[in-house]
Design a protein around this ligand. Sequence first.
Ligand SMILES: Nc1ncnc2c1ncn2[C@@H]1O[C@H](COP(=O)(O)OP(=O)(O)OP(=O)(O)O)[C@@H](O)[C@H]1O
Ligand SMILES: [Mg+2]
Length: 405
Amino acid sequence: MKVVFIQPSYPVEQQEFTRGLAEVGATVIGVGSGPKAQQPARTLRYLSAWVDAGNLLDLDRAARTIASKVRGLGVDRVESLWEPTVELAAKVRELLGIPGMTVDTAIGFRDKQVMMERARAAGVRVPHSFRIRTAKEAWAAAERIGFPVILKPIAGAGSADTYRCDDADSFAQALALTRHVAEAVVAEFIDGEEFTCDCVVIDNTPVFESISQYFPRPLIARSEQWISPAQITFRDPYRPDLMGGIEMSRKVIAGLNLGTGFTHMEWYRTRKGEVVFGEIGARNGGGHLVDMMNWSNDFDVYREWARAVCWRSFEGEIGRKFFVGMVFKRALGNGRIKARLGVEEAAARCGRWLVSEQLLAVGTPRRDWKQTLVSDGFAAMRHPDEQAVKAMMDTWIRDVKLFAG
Ligand SMILES: Nc1ncnc2c1ncn2[C@@H]1O[C@H](COP(=O)(O)OP(=O)(O)OP(=O)(O)O)[C@@H](O)[C@H]1O
Ligand SMILES: [Mg+2]
């Protein structure tokens, strides 16, 4: 089993998927941008070969480079779990005639308007939305939908260039701020709580399903620096109040024809209980969501994803043991971390239920909170009881403070 794996080192959890591939018996050819020597040792030990494909975002050129370098090596799979290179993997597959997701299918997981149309055709409730390229089209869309609307790039990530607009003035402002975005979507704004549904899928059938919730909604968390964003992975995703998300995910996976791989769907639940589609990626969720699935179930879903794509099988024992909470912290002030307040107390309060604490050490430069959800580090905790995990999360949200300066 020879697997070409694009982006085996970044984002950082991709190193674990690389390990998974090697552990299920694959020979892994890593593809990235830059020389092999620059790859972390963690990745290198699982790679049999390295292809420097230059700028991976130049999809057509990178696809030709990769195809020419691996043609004739007997490659069985081409995989990638980084949002911008999912389509690149599909292009390489098509050039080499390797089975797996096609370019047309990949576009359904990348282009938000195509995604919405295909999800609607699969029978799920999606926000009313339009693709727009000009200000004129944008205003026409807003008029048809009615305020509030959301304005976001056609292929965005990390809530970049995404705005909630409550009236014509804020819409005009958002359009001015996003003039550099060539193509965007104007969509009905859905007021509600925001969840994910994350799955490992074999031949369009999920073999593992997990639900998490974001606190607060990502768009809010990413616009206010003082917030400590948090997320919880539910112990049992088949709870009646979460089943709407599970059912939606199953329909969308089949309707968009994922095939085999990881999916990360986001969905909204309104106050009235209506379940509305947000988006879906043919990749794992970021921000340590995969680690949370592992802590919740006491298994190794990195390796089981690899087993699924290589061998169409899943052998993980899905424990459903714990709720897992994660709290991301952002320091007050700029520069280097100079003090950490309340960390020891919060850790003591969690005791053995604290599974990881990776807040930046004193002296470390702050990270750019707009660029990374992980911000200046995180704490993760688990417990069989939901209220217990939420109480621990509250402690990290309220009582822990990082200072920089
Ligand atoms: N139709 C909508 N109604 C309400 N909120 C929305 C809508 N579309 C997007 N949002 C908000 O904007 C955020 C970012 O949008 P979306 O998830 O579509 O883009 P993204 O940038 O690809 O996401 P990610 O942050 O997951 O990479 C969502 O998490 C949600 O909070
Ligand atoms: Mg999103």
